[in-house]
Ligand binder design. Structure first.
Ligand SMILES: [Zn+2]
Length: 132
């Protein structure tokens, strides 16, 4: 996937979610069609950690079932790095289980920034996030 599109409203909702949980990492799923996000699904970070996230497996399963039932695809997984870095971490690369866009929300000097990455075979490249 070369790019992922989401609305400004969806991005603001993601930022509000991760900001509310900082300094702990927060996470969620992005569902949609083609490369256009239609739904933002917040998922509890079971790890309750400032440096890693583990999606609550029951919430994740329910979200996957809902996505299927709506005829949508899982397009992305977002999570925050409240203390940076802006890019994926070695842990993110090691634990990437899905071929979807990984959206990282990083906080630098109090402001959140979103970047998208594709992780495959132990490597990553940036994916353009188009804000509509
Ligand atoms: Zn991470």
């Amino acid at each position: 996937m070369q790019s992922l599109s989401l609305t400004n409203e969806q991005l603001n909702r993601i930022i509000a979610h991760v900001d509310a949980h900082a300094p702990l990492e927060a996470c969620g799923l992005l569902a949609g069609r083609d490369s256009r996000v239609e739904s933002v699904i917040e998922v509890t970070n079971q790890a309750q950690s400032p440096v890693r996230y583990v999606m609550d497996p029951i919430e994740q399963l329910r979200a996957f079932e809902w996505i299927d039932s709506q005829g949508l695809d899982l397009l992305g997984i977002f999570h925050s790095h409240p203390s940076g870095p802006e890019t994926v971490s070695p842990t993110d690369i090691a634990e990437a289980a899905y071929h979807v866009v990984h959206v990282i929300l990083s906080r630098m000097n109090g402001a959140w920034r979103a970047r998208g990455f594709w992780i495959e075979d132990g490597a990553y490249r940036e994916v353009t996030l188009q804000i509509l």
